[in-house]
Design a protein around this ligand. Structure first.
Ligand SMILES: *[C@@H]1O[C@H](CO)[C@@H](O)[C@H](O)[C@H]1NC(C)=O
Ligand SMILES: *[C@@H]1O[C@H](CO)[C@@H](O)[C@H](O)[C@H]1NC(C)=O
Ligand SMILES: *[C@@H]1O[C@H](CO)[C@@H](O)[C@H](O)[C@H]1NC(C)=O
Ligand SMILES: *[C@@H]1O[C@H](CO)[C@@H](O)[C@H](O)[C@H]1NC(C)=O
Length: 528
């Protein structure tokens, strides 16, 4: 649901937040969701007043919690000190399709005064006051989203914190109303345990009577091509790797009009179904910056002929079948750092409404890295964690000791594979000599170097039809660059010694450019 995704950053301007256009938008998102619920023939309608913040209008001078009889009963984490605009709520409810057939309304987290007020306001319907135990005090955002989890269970079995479940009422509810805590405009307002707990509890109740099952025809893998000449080969290998895991889901690739016909036909030959998109500019990026067009990824949400998409970056290999991820909710992803997820592998649920929401805030929300990952992490502050093996970065951290490095190398090379997805961050295998990973040639890139992972990629390459392999040729300029870097490593006698290898990559002898001579030029550039 879009409204759940609507999360302000401190940069928001209050008037803007509460204006009608956003409220209208939220109402629209809601309608969209209603249709979905009705489409599966469930009369149970979920309409948390999650957009209550939109209809709160001014701060209450004396918050309802200060009423003596509530002080002891209420946990401050669950209390909002903002007043409710009852008339707005009433209006919104009357816009929900099927509202005439409502009988039972569930109320969650409203205090006695609010409950009574509500009953008077909508007196012709039955109300059920829902009960939810508060989360333990030791449940914090940091414990829900720890930076690191002992996924391999080396030191023990990690403990998953749990939040109390809502008691299911005996009666069938038509609508659930939840009052969410609203921490004014404080930082981290959207990373709030009570807020998360209340929304999850209401959502769980709303879907508890539904049988959710996926339709594999409405599920697809998708990627986006940023730069044709760098990534076509990677995308072809990625498609190949998915097919090799036995998946038969559609493969969708988003490309823009700058991709040539020639490349399009080859991507199609590799199994990708092409969708031509208009790129989306990050208004905060510098002109011609590497991340200027990264927001194009939002177009994934416009693939509304699919219910679920597993997005994968074009620079990774799927080593084991990950179709089971289609049963996971938006956004399922692996951890990146801190409380944030990595946007290289994500389960998403296409929705025009979510797309619009993403677009509407590009000028307001700051992305910590200027890319889509930082932006998406501000919108989807609650995400569903999947194990690191489903998006394993080919990367050795500074702190990795020899034992850790060895373990990672084993994972990269394991046959049959242990990892589900291996993500080739750093210089790409097809942009290197096949003899060794060219990340070795540059000192600050060595943390990305792994000959074992490099070999793994080339194995997939070698199983591609020859016709597709021609997209993995080295351009003359790239050959020069590689040789330049190799000589530099030689000059400084890098300890790994890869520069000593006699490069035998057959691609060195094949030329795909107009200018084919390059060896003399490297020396001329002073590479000796
Ligand atoms: C939080 O507290 C409860 C009991 O109050 C305890 O059972 C649980 O293990 C604690 N969780 C953590 C992560 O400390
Ligand atoms: C937001 O929360 C995180 C994790 O709890 C914390 O590290 C960070 O300092 C918080 N930011 C602010 C501005 O409070
Ligand atoms: C989403 O919008 C596109 C047009 O931008 C439209 O073709 C498509 O039908 C819409 N999808 C849904 C589910 O409304
Ligand atoms: C942005 O897109 C470029 C490709 O154009 C990619 O190399 C880069 O990793 C992306 N950056 C972020 C931060 O997502």
């Amino acid at each position: 649901m879009c409204k759940r995704r609507f999360q302000r950053s401190k940069a928001y301007d209050v008037d803007k937040l509460f204006n009608f256009s956003i409220q209208d938008k939220m109402a629209k998102c809601k309608l969209h969701h209603m249709k979905l619920v009705l489409a599966v023939n469930i009369s149970f309608i979920f309409a948390t007043i999650l957009y209550l913040p939109m209809v709160y209008h001014h701060e209450h001078v004396s918050p309802p919690v200060s009423q003596p009889n509530f002080v002891s009963r209420f946990d401050p984490r669950y209390i909002s000190n903002l007043d409710i605009s009852w008339e707005e709520i009433k209006k919104v409810i009357w816009t929900i399709p099927g509202n005439k057939k409502f009988h039972e309304i569930g109320l969650l987290n409203l205090n006695k005064i609010e409950t009574n007020h509500w009953k008077q306001l909508i007196h012709n319907l039955d109300h059920v006051v829902l009960h939810l135990d508060y989360a333990e005090k030791n449940v914090t955002w940091d414990t829900l989203y720890p930076e690191w989890i002992d996924e391999e269970q080396e030191y023990g079995i990690p403990i998953c914190q749990s939040l109390p479940k809502i008691e299911e009422p005996k009666k069938q509810l038509d609508l659930i109303i939840v009052k969410l805590p609203c921490r004014d405009y404080k930082a981290n307002w959207s990373r709030d345990v009570a807020r998360l707990h209340l929304q999850l509890a209401a959502a769980q109740l709303a879907v508890s009577k539904q049988v959710l099952s996926g339709n594999s025809h409405r599920e697809a893998y998708a990627t986006i091509l940023h730069s044709a000449h760098v990534y076509v080969c990677g995308a072809i290998a990625a498609a190949r790797s998915i097919q090799m895991t036995g998946s038969t889901r559609d493969l969708i690739i988003l490309i823009d009009e700058t991709t040539s016909k020639y490349h399009r036909s080859e991507l199609e030959a590799a199994g990708w179904k092409i969708r031509t998109i208009q790129r989306i500019r990050n208004p905060k990026a510098e002109k011609n910056a590497y991340n200027e067009w990264n927001y194009s990824k939002f177009r994934l949400w416009q693939l509304t002929d699919y219910d679920k998409i597993i997005f994968i970056d074009a620079d990774l290999l799927v080593l084991r079948n990950i179709d089971f991820l289609f049963s996971m909710p938006e956004i399922s992803a692996t951890g990146n750092h801190g409380m944030l997820f990595n946007s290289g592998v994500m389960v998403i649920e296409p929705s025009n409404c979510t797309f619009q929401l993403l677009m509407d805030h590009v000028t307001e929300i700051d992305s910590y890295n200027g890319g889509d990952q930082g932006y998406l992490n501000e919108i989807f502050t609650w995400w569903h964690r999947i194990p690191k093996h489903m998006n394993f970065l080919k990367h050795f951290w500074i702190g990795d000791n020899e034992a850790v490095k060895e373990k990672k190398t084993k994972l990269f090379g394991a046959d049959p594979p242990i990892l589900y997805v291996l993500h080739y961050v750093g210089s790409k295998p097809w942009m290197c000599f096949r003899d060794y990973d060219c990340n070795w040639n540059v000192d600050f890139m060595q943390e990305y170097a792994s000959d074992v992972a490099h070999e793994k990629w080339w194995k997939v390459h070698d199983e591609m039809p020859g016709e597709l392999q021609q997209f993995c040729m080295l351009r003359t300029k790239q050959k020069m660059q590689l040789e330049w870097d190799r000589r530099f490593a030689e000059k400084w006698k890098y300890a790994d010694g890869h520069w000593r290898r006699k490069v035998e990559d057959p691609r060195l002898k094949k030329c795909v450019d107009k200018v084919c001579l390059w060896e003399g030029h490297v020396t001329a550039l002073g590479g000796d």
